[in-house]
Design a binder for this molecule. Structure first.
Ligand code: HEC
Ligand code: HEC
Length: 64
């Protein structure tokens, strides 16, 4: 068996940074409820929706 290694820091900063940067696949029907964002995308006022935009920095999403 190969030796197991920790590949990522698993710190809160690591979680948060990725949530700030990563875009969600906003065309998926799962996100159809976000009507304001869809309108902003359509109007050209918004180019992307990140995990942060859908609440990925809210404390209680990870701490409860
Ligand atoms: C490499 C990128 C990345 C890292 C690192 C990461 N996440 Fe995420 N996380 C995502 C993405 C992308 C989504 C949104 C998935 C979607 O809805 O399409 C997500 C969503 C979530 C959600 C769901 C939020 C919601 O609105 O329901 C939770 C909870 C979450 N992450 C917790 C964590 C925790 C805790 C860590 C650190 C231990 C972490 N994530 C690290 C990319 C990441
Ligand atoms: C995406 C997930 C995520 C979100 C959102 C998040 N945290 Fe965290 N937080 C973590 C993780 C994972 C750890 C543990 C990190 C570790 O052990 O290195 C942590 C650790 C902490 C700690 C240290 C706890 C201890 O026992 O030392 C505090 C305090 C904290 N978070 C506060 C907050 C506050 C305040 C917010 C909102 C502004 C927040 N967190 C939002 C994932 C998150």
């Amino acid at each position: 068996m190969e030796v197991v290694q920790q590949m990522s820091p698993l710190s809160m900063g690591w979680c948060i940074n990725c949530h700030r940067q990563t875009e969600v696949n906003f065309n998926d029907t799962y996100y159809s409820a976000y009507e304001d964002y869809h309108k902003e995308m359509k109007d050209g006022d918004r180019t992307k929706v990140t995990v942060e935009d859908i609440g990925g920095l809210e404390c209680q999403k990870c701490h409860y």
